[in-house]
Structure formats: C-alpha cells, structure tokens
Design a protein around this ligand. Structure first.
Ligand SMILES: Cc1cc2nc3c(=O)[nH]c(=O)nc-3n(C[C@H](O)[C@H](O)[C@H](O)COP(=O)(O)OP(=O)(O)OC[C@H]3O[C@@H](n4cnc5c(N)ncnc54)[C@H](O)[C@@H]3O)c2cc1C
Ligand code: SF4
Length: 326
C-alpha cells in the first residue's frame, strides 16, 4: 500500500476543508470499500480524512420522515425499530447486502458511495475508463455478464453495486450534503449519474462535499414491500439483478407503487413508467407481467449478459408477488 496521511477531525467544517483543498484527499468512514481499493492499487489517496468523530450517527424521526445520519451503521439502520416499522423495504434491502460483519462496519454514506465491482475496474493491469480515463473499457468486448442493460455508454457499462440505494431511490429519499459552498439537498435519484463520456465520475457531488444524512419521507408503504435479490450464492454476493417493490393496496387494487431495479445500470434504476402503469390495476399475475414488460422497455444486452433481459422482469414479477402477499 502507498504511504498516506491520516487525519481525524472532530469538526465537520475542518473535514470538508481538508478534502476540498486537496485533490488527493478522500473521506473515509467504515473503510470497507476504500481500504480494499487502496490495497489493490485501484485508488491511491494521499490523505485520508476519517469522519468517524463527526456527530452524524443518529437515526431520528422528524418532520414526517426518517433522518438517517451518514455514519449510522448499516446494521443499526436495518435493526432500528422506526426503520423496520416505517420503511421495511429499506431494512430488507440493507439486510440483503454484504455480510453481518461488513454491515457492522459499513456506514450509510459509504454504502451509497461505494464503487462498482466491475472486475476490470479492480484489475489494474486491464483497461478501464473509470479507473484511468481514456484507457478504454475492458468489459465492452470482454466478460460482461455482470454489466448494465440500461443507461450505459460506449465508455462504460458498469453497474452500481449498493442494495440499500435501490430501496432509497424507490422511496423518494433526499440526500443532505454539506460542502465548501454550503449545504444542499439532493433528490436521491440525482446523486448517482450515468457514465456518458465521463465514467470516472460516479456521482454529482462536488469535490469536498460530505454526505451528512439521508431523509426518507413517511408514506403508505409500511406493509406490502419486497426487496428481491438474485445472486450467485445465498449470502455475501452482489446482485445479478435485484428489485425493490413497495405497494399501497386498497383490497386488491393498487393505489400507488414504487419500483426500482438494482444490478442493471450505473445507478439505482427507478421504474416510474411501470409504477404509473400499476396505479388502479388489480394486483394480479397478469398485471405484474405487463408491468415487468413496461419496466424492460429500452433494455439492451451485451454478449454475456443477455440472461438479464429475462432475469430482470422475472425478478420484478417475483418481488411484486411477494409485496402483494406480505
Ligand atoms: C466482500 C464484500 C461483499 C459486499 N457485498 C455487498 C452487497 O451485497 N451489497 C451491498 O450493497 N454492498 C456490499 N458490500 C459493500 C459494502 O456494503 C460497502 O463496502 C460499504 O457499504 C461501504 O461503506 P463504508 O462506510 O465502509 O465506506 P468507505 O469504504 O469508508 O467509503 C466508501 C466511499 O465513500 C466515501 N464516503 C464515505 N462516507 C462519506 C460521506 N459521508 N460523504 C462523502 N463521502 C463519503 C469515501 O471517500 C469512499 O470513496 C460488500 C463489501 C465486501 C467487502
Ligand atoms: S465497464 Fe466501466 S468500470 Fe468496467 S472496465 Fe468498462 S469503464 Fe471500467
């Protein structure tokens, strides 16, 4: 591992300034992703700004929603009584990710900012536009079975790996950000970006911007929810495809729906057209199949990930069945 400086400020402004002033500085929270990338030589920050002394750990319910501090551990959020009662979809999605040990280290902010698991990104001997802009994309003509079917570009076809983020985009969460120019609120759907010509940028955050919390508004989605994740083994594996579903049912009629896919795009993939399709329809197998067909409009596969064109709609249908039956 390369040498690096390490500081642990106790004031938020000091942490932000330390990263904003130095292009080679990075925040570190649980370290479960960043340290891994440093050990493999994928990232080489010269300064680590440890944010664990900042008071960003609380999970509160206020102003009609949950406010989850950026340093709240994944395990603490998934186990929190208010989260389980008010946003069970979020608890399910977090528990579907990583292992219990990792969830005890991983933080809310770090989980949403973890980097892609594209194997070419991790292997420094291979070309990757995200790791080294302009070097090419090894996955485009290579082994691309884990890769995107929506929203990709000819520069990058990687997918975003976070399970928690799939639930957060479905639940209309808002990210609270503090930076050198002040504080701002960002719809969760606008946090991650599509690769376009600049796949090295995963998010719309400016240099030095710190995520301080995420807010999830209260809604009617307290019962009929399902986070359904398809992976290669039962635990400790990233999603091939996942689907987050929250339904508001009146008897058997769907009053409102929130849907998103994971494992299919460079960002958690909200399915608003399919949500609108479901409103007013009966919660039946036929409706679910039609909604899944709507959700897949515009999908396009590569040589090794054609299976996702079938797997994704089937995953959504299963999540819809689970949610309706819950
Ligand atoms: C073997 C393994 C299996 C895994 N399986 C899954 C899985 O199935 N599903 C899943 O979702 N995840 C999975 N993970 C990923 C794991 O959940 C993430 O590593 C973790 O959530 C990252 O959180 P962290 O706090 O450790 O982040 P760190 O590693 O500390 O940071 C990650 C990134 O976020 C930045 N950062 C951290 N906090 C902030 C903040 N508040 N503001 C601004 N920037 C910040 C850092 O600079 C860094 O770039 C797995 C990890 C491993 C090692
Ligand atoms: S898909 Fe993206 S992350 Fe993977 S090799 Fe291509 S540019 Fe790199």
């Amino acid at each position: 591992m390369n040498q690096f400086q390490y500081i642990r400020p106790s004031k938020q402004q000091a942490a932000i300034e330390a990263v904003a002033k130095d292009a080679n500085a990075r925040f570190i929270a649980g370290g479960t992703n960043l340290v891994d990338l440093m050990k493999r030589g994928v990232m080489a920050p010269q300064k680590l700004v440890d944010i664990n002394r900042l008071p960003l750990i609380k999970i509160e319910h206020e102003n009609g929603g949950l406010r989850i501090g950026a340093l709240a551990l994944n395990s603490a959020v998934a186990d929190d009584r208010q989260v389980r009662e008010r946003q069970p979809l979020l608890a399910q999605a977090i528990n579907a990710g990583a292992s219990a040990q990792l969830r005890n280290m991983a933080t809310t902010g770090g989980n949403m900012l973890q980097r892609t698991r594209c194997p070419y990104f991790y292997d420094t001997a291979l070309p990757c536009n995200k790791r080294e802009p302009g070097s090419g994309c090894g996955a485009l003509e290579g082994i691309n079975r884990m890769h995107a079917i929506f929203g990709f570009s000819d520069k990058c076809i990687a997918v975003h790996p976070s399970d928690m983020s799939v639930a957060l985009v479905a639940l209309d969460a808002t990210v609270l950000v503090s930076g050198p120019k002040g504080d701002r609120r960002l719809p969760f759907a606008d946090l991650h970006r599509l690769p376009g010509d600049t796949p090295e940028k995963d998010t719309t955050l400016e240099p030095g911007e710190l995520i301080t919390a995420v807010e999830v508004p209260d809604g009617p989605f307290t019962k009929h929810v399902s986070y359904y994740k398809v992976r290669e083994r039962a635990s400790y594996a990233f999603a091939l495809v996942s689907a987050a579903v929250a339904l508001d049912l009146d008897g058997n009629t769907i009053k409102a729906a929130r849907l998103a896919f994971g494992g299919v795009a460079h960002k958690p993939w909200r399915l608003q057209t399919a949500e609108q399709f479901l409103v007013g329809k009966p919660a039946t197998e036929e409706t679910f199949r039609q909604a899944a067909a709507v959700a897949m409009q515009g999908a396009k596969a590569f040589k090794h990930n054609e299976y996702k064109l079938k797997l994704a709609p089937n995953t959504l249908i299963q999540a819809l069945r689970n949610a309706a039956a819950a």
